[in-house]
Design a protein around this ligand. Structure first.
Ligand SMILES: Nc1ncnc2c1ncn2[C@@H]1O[C@H](COP(=O)(O)OP(=O)(O)O)[C@@H](O)[C@H]1O
Ligand SMILES: [Mg+2]
Length: 275
């Protein structure tokens, strides 16, 4: 079964889309079957792989799947990168916030749409919009875990409390097993004292829930988007690319370790004793 990971932070410009797209592409390079779900009406994740659906066109998007007009299979397109598929979005998705208001179980629409295709992938990444509205709530309801990108610059921690409260509310109501996969520090500038201070503060506060890998501020990461390519296809030797490949490796190792722990018998409850 695919692992569904939502990339969430209600602040804009913190590196959600950059992290989603480049983590997804890095894992597909490691032979993982990956689906990238663009869940932001800005459609940046779709553009970042060169596949922004036009507004006037009749291409099915995640919006149509959310409203139940089509299945998710009818929305998914191949990116041209082996093992990497995309469920695209465009600004029509913004309408879903309003159109779903009166709908039954409106927070579960994405989860329902994903259930049909979940088994086909190893990882499904959801790129969330910069709000804690209904779209993000749908992503958190569908997800197995959450990655929170934090910009290692001014006001990095602002709003984090509110985000954690939202995650707790979702856990208590519709998705009890939702986990924090990790906090990823982004746009780290090694020459800035502030970046180091923020890193120390975040690690002190969140401990091993912070990824060891830190994403540096790297111009190549912003350039590649305008070429519609993930960094692995744009400049594989850049610091930004190396960092996202490291982050992908860390995620793979964490997933493997968690699965081994699940399979191992709980301590003190060996078959001989527990019967
Ligand atoms: N590590 C980085 N180094 C340099 N620029 C970055 C980096 N991460 C993101 N950016 C740029 O910062 C802007 C915001 O990033 P983005 O991933 O779109 O954030 P979000 O999805 O949270 O709004 C984009 O222009 C992106 O290209
Ligand atoms: Mg974004």
């Amino acid at each position: 079964m695919g692992k569904i990971i939502a990339i969430v932070n209600q602040k804009g410009g913190v590196g959600k889309t950059t992290t989603t797209v480049n983590l997804a592409a890095s894992l597909s390079l490691a032979d993982q079957k990956v689906l990238l779900v663009d869940f932001d009406p800005q459609g940046n994740a779709s553009s970042a792989v060169g596949l922004a659906p036009s507004l006037g066109g009749d291409q099915a998007t995640i919006y149509h799947a959310l409203l139940g007009e089509v299945t998710l299979s009818q929305v998914i397109v191949e990116t041209g990168i082996d093992h990497l598929s995309l469920a695209p979005a465009n600004p029509h998705l913004a309408g879903a916030e309003i159109e779903l208001v009166g709908a039954f179980a409106r927070e579960g629409k994405l989860r329902a749409a994903l259930s049909e295709i979940k088994h086909r992938y190893d990882y499904i990444f959801i790129d969330c919009p910069p709000t804690l509205g209904l779209l993000t709530v749908n992503a958190l309801t569908a997800a197995d875990s959450v990655i929170v990108p934090l910009q290692a610059e001014y006001f990095a921690l602002e709003g984090l409390g509110q985000l954690m409260t939202t995650i707790d509310l979702i856990k208590q109501s519709v998705n009890p097993s939702l986990a924090i996969e990790g906090i990823a520090l982004t746009m780290f500038n090694g020459q800035l004292k502030l970046s180091h201070e923020i890193e120390n503060e975040v690690r002190q506060h969140f401990g091993d829930r912070v990824f060891k890998t830190v994403i540096p501020r790297n111009i190549k990461l912003s350039e590649c988007t305008s070429f519609g390519k993930p960094i692995v296809l744009y400049d594989v030797n850049s610091k930004g690319c190396v960092a996202y490949l490291d982050l992908a490796r860390e995620l793979l190792e964490n997933t493997k370790r968690a699965r081994q722990q699940q399979q191992a018998p709980a301590p003190g409850r060996s078959p001989e004793i527990g019967g």
